[in-house]
Design a protein around this ligand. Structure first.
Ligand code: AR6
Length: 174
């Protein structure tokens, strides 16, 4: 399938404010909340999110699980656990790619038309931002070429470095 480049977009700003069908959370293995984007999502969604997360029994690195969005504008939250950067020789690239693929598969299965991803693993988990952006952009492109749903994927950047990286990665692959 030919990829309409309109289907991959960059959004600069706070993911919890986005009016999309689902936002992705860069969570940890417990799925019980944390700092960074995870903390922001739990604060904005309200305490009922934690109650649902407690029933999920955590999530392995590279996998994804879905919950309701509660008080967020989005109907769903897809929680995925990125790898902690350990120098790049411990399968980090493949685990990060898997986060994007598994999240997109869940989105397709739930008929989610619009979804937004933060720059998974590039904050507390220390994954280099340019390398992560290339993986994000290429996984999204590959998935959208094979699937009609989701219709639109937003790659969200929250700091200058991350915006620069994602713009560069997208300009290379589109
Ligand atoms: N909207 C969009 N992006 C954001 C927001 C926001 N509100 N807040 C932060 N970012 P991080 P990780 C960006 O650390 O590296 C948590 O404690 C941020 O600038 O949130 O996967 C979890 O519980 C960065 O580019 O996630 C885990 O323990 C990106 O989101 C651990 O951190 C990811 O940064 C996960 O670490």
């Amino acid at each position: 399938m030919e990829l309409n480049i309109d289907r991959i977009r960059i959004f600069e700003g706070d993911i919890v404010k986005m009016r999309v069908d689902a936002i992705v959370n860069a969570a940890n293995n417990t799925l019980l909340g944390g700092g960074g984007v995870d903390g922001a999502i739990h604060r904005a969604a309200g305490p009922a999110l934690l109650e649902e997360c407690k029933t999920l029994n955590g999530c392995p690195t590279g996998e994804a699980k879905i919950t309701s969005g509660y008080l967020l504008p989005s109907k769903y939250i897809i929680h995925t656990v990125g790898p902690v950067w350990q120098g790049g020789e411990k399968g980090e690239d493949e685990l990060l790619a898997s986060c994007y693929r598994k999240s997109l598969e869940l989105a397709r299965d739930y008929r989610i038309k619009t979804i937004a991803f933060p720059a998974i693993s590039t904050g507390a988990y220390g994954f280099p931002s340019e390398r992560a952006a290339v993986i994000a952009a290429s996984q999204v492109k590959e998935f959208l070429q094979k699937n009609e749903i989701p219709e639109t994927v937003y790659l969200v950047c929250y700091n200058k470095d991350s915006c620069k990286s994602i713009k560069k990665a997208l300009s290379k692959i589109l």
